[in-house]
Design a protein around this ligand. Structure first.
Ligand SMILES: *Cc1c(COP(=O)(O)O)cnc(C)c1O
Length: 220
């Protein structure tokens, strides 16, 4: 299947999941995850009307996106991977959304750059719902205090939560937990669901699904 046919199929699945959930498809943003794929693979997806893309590394995104953004109006770039504080400056300059805000030092660096560059990226706090040691994110039990600190200490506006469920577990409970933490903290946006489980995530309230391989094919 070509990437544009795959994109159509993902869009149709999103529409179906929204219908099943009684939700408005306009409330679910498809973030097409183009990490590891070169500009030539991304161009046809842009030509098919997709405008929101996700990358997980600042360096890689810096290499391929400025030229694409120059050529195509309305591109929105989302950083979906972990961010080192020393890359906050480049990340704030390039990305329209950052999905993995998860610690004080990063909040501090982001707040400084957002003020200095007068940018307003959409921010998501990542929740490590499976408490996996190798994974980024705030532990569920620390989430409320972290979100309070983002606002009160750093003056940072967090708009939503993001999670990546453990690979070997059913994702539903992780999505539900993330939605519950968002709700009690008054957060509207939920970045959850990938190629294998975005329909489940939409049923549980996802507003941003991050879909890579179902559009671009397998990564090597
Ligand atoms: C790579 C990646 C995705 C996309 O994964 P697929 O299974 O290819 O859809 C989503 N979210 C994050 C954080 C990723 O790193």
């Amino acid at each position: 299947m070509t990437a544009t046919a795959a994109l159509d199929s993902v869009r149709a699945s999103i529409a179906r999941a929204c219908k099943d959930a009684g939700r408005d498809p306009a409330d679910v943003t498809l973030v097409a995850v183009s990490k590891t794929f070169p500009a030539e693979a991304i161009e046809p997806v842009i030509a098919a009307g997709q405008r929101v893309f996700g990358e997980n590394r600042v360096q890689e995104a810096k290499g391929k996106w400025p030229a694409l953004i120059e050529r195509h109006a309305g591109i929105q770039l989302h950083l979906i991977g972990p961010l080192q504080s020393n890359k906050a400056k480049e990340a704030v300059a390039l990305f329209d959304a950052i999905h993995a805000v998860d610690r004080d030092s990063l909040c501090e660096a982001l707040a400084k750059e957002i003020a200095a560059q007068k940018r307003d990226p959409l921010l998501f706090a990542q929740i490590n719902t499976g408490a996996e040691p190798q994974k980024a994110g705030v532990l569920p039990e620390a989430a409320d205090a972290f979100l309070k600190k983002c606002a009160e200490t750093h003056g940072l506006k967090i708009s939503g939560l993001m999670c990546i469920p453990p690979a070997d577990e059913a994702p539903g409970p992780h999505f539900a937990l993330t939605a519950k933490i968002a709700k009690r903290n008054g957060l509207r946006l939920l970045s959850m669901g990938m190629s294998a489980d975005f329909a489940d995530a939409i049923l549980l309230g996802a507003t941003h699904v991050r879909v890579g391989s179902a559009i671009f094919g397998g990564r090597h």
